[in-house]
Ligand binder design. Structure first.
Ligand code: SF4
Length: 459
């Protein structure tokens, strides 16, 4: 009993979060920055913050994550971090030769109030930034928001610093939101199948899942290039996938370069993928290829075959808002019952988005968002009335063990398993993988609990 103090009795809390369903802003900013080709993320704060952010990303992706730090000491806390950051910019370009340094702030530098654009301008005046190289930034105070907010802020920063208006091209921008490198690769594959030219940013495929070649590459081959980020300002339009992580950048592109945007949910599950594919078809004026229709058909076939095992099963979910909305919609389509849904990322529209995804089919559902939404509350709900399945990140393994409920590891971070970042969960192919994983967990449990006389070879 690891969480033995969790009680089923819920008391009103306004200033206490226990096991938050989120991590801190700079982790998201660092992940987004890794999606720029030859970019070194830079943490403007203490070494401890940077070590935590890097280690969380490294443990999730099982890849070495490079990032530098301003290495604050007591002196920086009193006098500000300007001299540390100037020195850092000078050193980084001299030693590590990135094309871009992407600075994000931490709680301490935000509390001091360091003016990052002014420090970048000073670095340029001092010729610390070589010609053709760039320094961008995002403010990511971690006492507000979450890793998703940090991701969103850094992607918006990419637009602010790079996007250039000009003669419109037929390219379509896709902002993929917080998804795995494999998901970004899958989005590109779908667009390639449809013959659509896209600029995907950020793009962490071939950065955090690059092939093993036997040679160490400080900057892996993947990532959106600076030229692509500049050209994003001339694209025909932008598709922003996932409101929480992608809308800020899409709106910035619209106001800076007059690139119109459409916002849609992450293409997880049948319905959201249909919407994504149909929007691509419409805006790019292309036909949906037979190969993609066949993928959809195979997903439908799997859903039909598996439906009898899913119907009526109660599920608890936690994690990032964009992922939760699409997952909820998918589970409802399977006739499952997503009864408890928690995100620690604040967002005014989350509740109405989930309501829409539930489509009135799960009236008993309890949904919570924002700072005081945590795994403790989720556990209390589960103690009051059990569920058949948990879907969320690694932090749910304690509830899973204490309550003896199967856990589908999904979202960020997954620290205790390997391989998840190599397989997509978006698109029709990703939905098929989710189905197989969910059914595997439910049937393993059925086998484990079956009395000998009901232990069946064919289930
Ligand atoms: S919450 Fe703030 S102090 Fe803690 S690691 Fe994140 S940025 Fe650093």
């Amino acid at each position: 009993m690891l969480l033995r103090h969790t009680t089923s009795e819920i008391k009103e809390r306004s200033a206490l979060t226990i096991n938050p369903a989120k991590t801190c802003q700079p982790i998201g900013a660092m992940y987004a920055a890794l999606g720029i080709h030859r970019c070194l993320p830079h943490s403007h704060g203490s070494q401890g913050c940077c070590a935590y952010h890097r280690s969380t990303l490294t443990r999730h992706y099982k890849e070495p994550v490079m990032a530098s730090t301003s290495s604050f000491t007591e002196g920086s806390a009193v006098f500000g971090g300007q001299s540390n950051l100037l020195q850092a910019i000078h050193n980084i370009f001299s030693i590590y030769e990135p094309d871009v340094i992407a600075i994000h702030t931490t709680c301490l530098s935000e509390t001091i109030g360091d003016d990052i654009p002014q420090i970048i301008a000073t670095a340029r005046d001092k010729k610390y930034i070589p010609d053709g190289r760039y320094v961008i930034h995002a403010n990511t105070p971690s006492y507000v928001g979450s890793h998703v907010t940090g991701f969103s802020n850094m992607v918006k920063g990419m637009v602010t610093y790079f996007a250039e208006p000009g003669t419109q091209t037929k390219t379509i921008n896709i902002i993929p939101g917080w998804v795995e490198p494999s998901d970004m690769r899958e989005i590109k594959r779908i667009c390639y199948m449809m013959g659509i030219e896209i600029i995907l940013f950020p793009d962490t495929s071939d950065v955090l899942d690059c092939p093993q070649t036997g040679r160490f590459e400080f900057y892996p081959k993947g990532g959106t290039t600076i030229e692509e980020l500049k050209a994003a300002g001339r694209s025909r339009m932008t598709l922003a996938l996932g409101r929480s992580a992608s809308v800020a950048a899409a709106r910035e592109l619209d106001s800076k370069c007059k690139v119109a945007c459409e916002v849609m949910e992450l293409p997880i599950g049948l319905r959201a993928t249909d919407q994504f594919v149909d929007t691509l078809r419409r805006v790019a004026r292309v036909e949906v290829p037979t190969l993609l229709e066949d993928e959809r058909g195979r997903l439908m076939d799997m859903m039909t075959d598996m439906h009898q095992y899913f119907a009526g099963r109660r599920v608890a979910l936690w994690g990032d808002p964009d992922q939760l909305v699409s997952l909820t919609e998918f589970l409802v389509d399977l006739d499952m019952r997503p009864v408890y849904i928690v995100t620690g990322t604040p967002g005014k529209k989350f509740l109405s988005r989930i309501e829409k995804a539930l489509r009135g089919k799960v009236p008993e559902a309890k949904v919570q968002e924002g700072p005081c939404s945590d795994m403790f509350l989720l556990h209390q709900w589960i103690k009051q009335e059990k569920v058949d399945l948990l879907i969320g990140n690694t932090y749910g393994k304690y509830i899973s063990r204490d309550e003896d409920i199967p856990l589908l590891r999904y979202g960020f971070p997954i620290l205790d398993r390997i391989g998840h970042s190599y397989f997509p969960s978006v698109g029709y192919v990703g939905a098929m993988r989710l189905l197989e994983k969910i059914l595997g967990l439910l049937m393993d449990r059925q086998d484990r609990d079956a009395p000998e006389e009901s232990f069946e070879l064919v289930m």
